[in-house]
Ligand binder design. Structure first.
Ligand SMILES: *[C@@H]1O[C@H](CO)[C@@H](O)[C@H](O)[C@H]1NC(C)=O
Ligand SMILES: *[C@@H]1O[C@H](CO)[C@@H](O)[C@H](O)[C@H]1NC(C)=O
Ligand SMILES: *[C@@H]1O[C@H](CO)[C@@H](O)[C@H](O)[C@H]1NC(C)=O
Ligand SMILES: *[C@@H]1O[C@H](CO)[C@@H](O)[C@H](O)[C@H]1NC(C)=O
Ligand SMILES: *[C@@H]1O[C@H](CO)[C@@H](O)[C@H](O)[C@H]1NC(C)=O
Ligand SMILES: *[C@@H]1O[C@H](CO)[C@@H](O)[C@H](O)[C@H]1NC(C)=O
Ligand SMILES: *[C@@H]1O[C@H](CO)[C@@H](O)[C@H](O)[C@H]1NC(C)=O
Ligand SMILES: *[C@@H]1O[C@H](CO)[C@@H](O)[C@H](O)[C@H]1NC(C)=O
Ligand SMILES: *[C@@H]1O[C@H](CO)[C@@H](O)[C@H](O)[C@H]1NC(C)=O
Ligand SMILES: *[C@@H]1O[C@H](CO)[C@@H](O)[C@H](O)[C@H]1NC(C)=O
Ligand SMILES: *[C@@H]1O[C@H](CO)[C@@H](O)[C@H](O)[C@H]1NC(C)=O
Ligand SMILES: *[C@@H]1O[C@H](CO)[C@@H](O)[C@H](O)[C@H]1NC(C)=O
Length: 671
């Protein structure tokens, strides 16, 4: 290697540089080991202006030695930087509990960077309020962290403004803050500690996957007698060790002292290999990472053989455009939805509660895609709040899946109406299971131009894709509706007073109810022919399945022909276009709810001659609502993933059946 040629000036500069370095090294060698040894100082020195913790505020002169010591440090060439807005505070309440340097963590200047002072033991990671620390961990090892008590006050500066999220600061609010301060004085500051596993050891044989995957353990001590809590240092723990569940652990405590945290990794049993990666955070505002065991925060709208549609409950309190647009404009999209097959070991197995693991899994190669958006559909139109909508595509037919929903938080805290604030570490809801349809005769549609409330699986066939299917149905519905409004216009509709056909209902109600009913009967809610729920009605059974077999091949008896094969209700669809154009093969229909029919009879002028069929025809044509399960189709119907339950937009219908005439309006649609 060739050395660069130096000019005389450069070589002189180099020489003096080397000399300076040597001098500095010698100087450091002669320094006492500790710049500041704080053991003899009496107690916590509070920021006098606030005195929040209520300890005796030390006399003025108590500050002098500290400031002098700091100056002394600086004059020796240390660059100590106080965090702006705080006066330098010396942490010194360890008294007789002072431990030797090699025991681990030792007292220090708050707000001074340890790397500058150079005394922090390498094995203890210093946590900052609301900032996560990521670490790797090998089997059988423990990682240690400390949250210094100076961090417990971090909230003070932003106290009012932070609490003001989503609401103004009024008198009551200040009382509340004041009450909280009093509480703090009595019991210390509340600290929330949470951890997420991002990566874990993997099974190296397929057999082992039935065992629970090995989980980390969280250890917490708030005593200086145990500064490195873990399996080998179990004295003075603040709580019994918390084992991670599904890659998540949390704990909250009130304290006035430093908090020492350990995260230990178990030894691996046979069949497992690898190490962990995890993150830990402590906050005085609430859990940095959170997990909700009590709900899935998601409804399933419907599924077909390769996709599924989900929506969340309301995420805005009302239909105010500004709050809806705020969600629509969020970048990156805040919700994360991930799915994996229920049968195999998947990237999320064993880390179901970890946002960090979800973020990692999301980036892995899968054949499923999730199209996410914010929607205002699925509610009592027009007063709709925003909701998250997820269309999961690329699934396999007849397969059980696990779904994971999470939301990314923000540093300021992201507010979900009625659900609280999500912080940086994200929030995960309970996972849920669902199964895709086995047959290819149904397809989930949503977002139609005319039948805008339709969002479920409709009869389909392989020759139609999403767009062509939607266009076909929607155009037909619009045509029927046009003919209906032409008829309605001939009725004395827009008159007032005594000429009006009803004081309670108007022609607008009639139009709305007709449209709802029309869309529901033209686009039946479709299920697999192999589905066995008793409220499902077989349709189109006379034609063979796409693979050529018949739904009822062997039965050629006369009784079968008259009761099933040749009956309109079984042999055909309500909408003949389905049988003649779409040709889905045999399928089952979830019948529209009978209240959709009652509504038109009630709302529309009698001249139009609407009525609902009587039994026994009615139960072949309309379904009855039930509280516990979705038994009939109506706009906005969803499946609750917590309990199988119908009707987020459920309405109680108490209308007596008006007439028994078999109506001919709409012709074939009625039977
Ligand atoms: C963790 O958080 C959940 C919900 O916030 C809470 O119910 C649970 O008790 C917490 N666990 C611990 C050990 O504090
Ligand atoms: C340490 O934690 C325990 C349990 O939460 C609490 O009772 C105790 O007051 C804490 N000690 C200090 C010094 O904060
Ligand atoms: C959702 O919001 C709408 C309008 O703001 C409201 O009518 C509806 O009851 C809400 N739904 C739930 C489940 O809270
Ligand atoms: C979560 O939000 C942070 C900050 O906005 C961003 O850096 C990160 O990529 C987001 N994660 C996901 C999975 O969207
Ligand atoms: C994706 O689909 C292809 C073809 O069906 C299959 O070979 C591959 O294993 C799938 N990948 C995953 C991650 O499921
Ligand atoms: C919002 O809701 C109000 C009733 O609370 C309703 O009058 C209004 O039409 C709705 N606006 C939109 C855009 O849906
Ligand atoms: C998925 O569809 C294929 C072809 O239609 C069929 O052979 C298979 O049995 C279906 N799988 C399940 C689990 O139903
Ligand atoms: C989902 O399926 C998995 C695997 O079969 C099972 O362990 C889990 O309990 C199921 N979850 C729910 C909510 O049913
Ligand atoms: C609408 O009415 C016109 C004229 O009576 C008729 O030709 C057409 O077929 C009707 N359309 C539907 C979809 O019934
Ligand atoms: C044809 O398809 C139907 C419905 O998917 C199924 O039940 C039947 O077993 C299939 N027949 C053959 C011979 O694969
Ligand atoms: C019943 O219908 C099938 C198929 O159309 C036919 O082959 C059979 O002869 C009929 N049975 C009787 C008794 O009519
Ligand atoms: C044929 O259908 C009738 C009426 O549903 C039923 O009673 C009979 O058992 C069936 N016979 C066979 C062979 O499936």
């Amino acid at each position: 290697m060739q050395l660069p040629k130096l000019t005389p000036l450069q070589s002189r500069l180099l020489a003096s540089l080397i000399a300076t370095c040597i001098l500095v090294v010698i100087w450091i060698e002669f320094q006492p080991k500790y710049f500041v040894y704080a053991a003899e100082l009496p107690s916590v020195l509070e920021d006098g202006a606030h005195g929040q913790f209520g300890q005796a505020i030390p006399p003025d002169d108590a500050n002098i030695p500290i400031i002098e010591r700091i100056r002394e440090d600086q004059s020796r060439g240390e660059e100590a930087q106080g965090s702006s807005g705080y006066s330098p505070i010396l942490e010194a309440d360890r008294g007789e509990e002072e431990t030797p340097q090699d025991m681990g963590y030792s007292p220090d200047f708050a707000y001074f960077d340890r790397s500058l002072i150079g005394r922090a033991p390498q094995s203890v990671v210093v946590l900052t309020n609301n900032v996560k620390k990521e670490e790797d961990s090998n089997p059988g090892t423990t990682r240690n962290f400390v949250l210094e008590k100076s961090q417990l006050r971090a909230r003070r500066a932003g106290d009012i403004s932070e609490r003001g999220v989503g609401g103004e600061v009024d008198g009551d609010h200040e009382d509340e803050v004041e009450g909280e301060r009093l509480e703090k004085r009595q019991s210390g500051t509340q600290v929330w500690i949470s951890a997420n596993t991002c990566r874990q050891p993997l099974p190296n044989t397929p057999i082992i996957t039935e065992q629970d995957s090995p989980q980390l353990t969280l250890w917490i001590s708030n005593s200086t007698r145990n500064q490195k809590p873990g399996p080998s240092s179990t004295n003075d723990l603040a709580i019994a060790p918390v084992k991670f569940q599904g890659g998540y652990a949390n704990f909250t405590l009130h304290t006035t002292s430093d908090i020492f945290i350990g995260v230990s990794a178990p030894l691996l049993t046979d069949g497992w290999a690898g190490s962990w990666h995890f993150e830990v955070a402590a906050s005085v505002d609430g859990y940095y990472h959170s997990y909700h065991e009590d709900e899935t925060f998601l409804f399933m709208v419907d599924t077909d053989s390769e996709s599924a549609l989900f929506i969340t409950p309301n995420i805005t309190a009302n239909n105010d455009t500004a709050s809806i647009d705020k969600w629509k404009n969020m970048d990156p999209f805040p919700f994360i939805m991930y799915t994996q097959s229920n049968n195999d070991w998947g990237p999320m197995t064993g880390m179901e509660r970890s946002f960090c693991a979800l973020q990692v899994s999301m980036t892995q190669e899968t054949n499923t895609t999730v199209v996410s958006s914010i929607t205002t559909k699925f509610g009592e139109w027009p007063i709709n709040s925003a909701k998250g909508q997820f269309h999961v595509q690329g699934l396999k037919n007849g397969t059980a899946y696990q779904g994971f929903l999470a939301i990314n938080g923000t540093a300021q805290g992201l507010e979900i109406a009625g659900k609280g604030i999500v912080r940086n570490g994200g929030q995960v809801w309970r996972q849920f299971n669902w199964t895709t349809k086995a047959e290819d005769s149904c397809q989930v549609v949503f977002g139609l131009g005319f039948c805008s409330d339709v969002a479920y699986a409709v009869p389909s066939s392989s020759q139609y894709n999403f767009d062509s299917l939607v266009a076909l149905y929607d155009k037909q519905a619009e045509e029927y509706y046009q003919n209906f409004t032409n008829s309605l216009d001939q009725v004395a509709c827009d008159t007032t007073g005594t000429a009006q056909y009803s004081l309670a209902r108007t022609c607008d109600d009639c139009r709305t109810d007709y449209k709802t009913w029309l869309c529901s009967v033209l686009m039946p809610r479709c299920e697999d022919f192999s589905a066995t729920d008793p409220w499902l009605q077989p349709r189109n059974i006379a034609v063979p399945f796409p693979n050529g077999t018949l739904a009822y091949p062997q039965n050629n008896t006369a009784v079968f022909n008259t009761t099933i094969r040749n009956r309109f209700a079984f042999a055909q669809s309500r909408n003949s276009m389905i049988d003649t154009v779409i040709k889905p093969g045999p399928y089952k229909e979830m019948l529209p709810c009978e209240d959709l029919c009652f509504d038109i009879v009630r709302s529309c002028p009698a001249q139009l001659g609407f009525s609902c069929p009587n039994e026994p025809a009615r139960s072949l044509t309309y379904g009855k609502r039930r509280e516990d399960v979705l038994t009939c189709s109506f706009p906005g119907a969803v499946v609750d993933l917590n309990v199988m339950k119908g009707g987020a937009a459920g309405r109680v219908v108490e209308v007596a059946l008006v007439a028994a005439v078999t109506a001919i309006v709409g012709g074939f649609l009625w039977i």
